[in-house]
Write a new protein. Structure first.
Length: 129
């Protein structure tokens, strides 16, 4: 009697899940990898929420335009991160308090999360066939 295609698919998925579980367990054995994985998972969660709200608004007409647009967004986020980090560094050097960001809901950590999410999107989009 031949195996049903669904049974074969389930066995394949189970094997892939077991392999992934082994790889994750090995990765999570050390710091800072554990912290990086935690941050990556939080960023993926944020990316999912933003994708639900905004859809694929990052996509432009062609793949090249999409990649270019993502690089522009990444450049904007890097510039913002530099500005926030510079303000914090100057405050630390002078013993004063860093000024609050003009956009109160986007401190350095949120900017870095957006940057990581754009980089992940770009990695996938640039590698898309």
């Amino acid at each position: 009697m031949s195996e049903h295609p669904t049974d074969r698919m389930i066995r394949t998925i189970d094997g892939a899940a077991a392999d992934l579980r082994e790889r994750l367990e090995a990765l999570l054995q050390s710091e800072p990898t554990r912290s990086w994985m935690h941050a990556a998972l939080l960023n993926c969660e944020l990316l999912g929420l933003k994708n639900r709200d905004y859809g694929s608004s990052f996509r432009a007409g062609t793949r090249a335009e999409t990649v270019y647009g993502l690089l522009v967004r990444i450049g904007d986020k890097v510039a913002r991160a530099r500005k926030l980090a510079k303000a914090a560094m100057l405050a630390e050097m002078t013993g004063s308090e860093a000024p609050a960001p003009a956009v109160a809901d986007e401190p350095l950590q949120a900017t870095l999360q957006d940057l990581a999410c754009y980089a992940l999107i770009l990695q996938v989009e640039a590698g898309a066939e």
